[in-house]
Design a protein around this ligand. Structure first.
Ligand code: SF4
Length: 123
């Protein structure tokens, strides 16, 4: 069993955590008392994230909805090509202002129209 210093990426607080790892698997997360910013604080979301990681229902790859409502696994290339084609169709049909984008946590803060990321649709 080893302990590794990590940080929580759920929100911008980026609290320091100690991850206990056994045979390559995460078995526990605890607040890091020596983290210079979070000073031993972490909320239950961060310390419970091992449950999310090991949840059997966790989405681990892109999926696409079938007409009957079920989902089928697709590749990342297929998913991104499909999303890009749909966005291009919306913008072509309704103009550039018909779509919006936003980035928020984990750990990225919130990006709005003044963000350097806001120019991506102009390319
Ligand atoms: S432990 Fe809680 S407060 Fe800290 S980064 Fe994670 S979600 Fe945010």
């Amino acid at each position: 069993m080893t302990e590794k210093r990590v940080w929580c990426g759920v929100c911008e607080a980026s609290c320091g955590l100690i991850a206990t790892v056994e045979d390559g698997r995460l078995v526990a997360l605890a607040p890091d008392p020596d983290h210079p910013q979070s000073l031993g604080f972490a909320c239950p979301k961060g310390t419970s994230f091992g449950d999310v990681l090991s949840d059997p229902d966790r989405l681990r790859h892109p999926v696409k909805r079938n007409p009957d409502g079920s989902f089928a696994r697709v590749s990342w290339d297929e998913a991104l090509d499909d999303i890009g084609a749909r966005l291009r169709a919306v913008i072509k049909g309704h103009g550039r202002e018909s779509s919006a984008s936003g980035w928020a946590t984990p750990t990225r803060g919130t990006s709005g129209p003044s963000s350097p990321c806001s120019g991506w649709r102009r390319r």
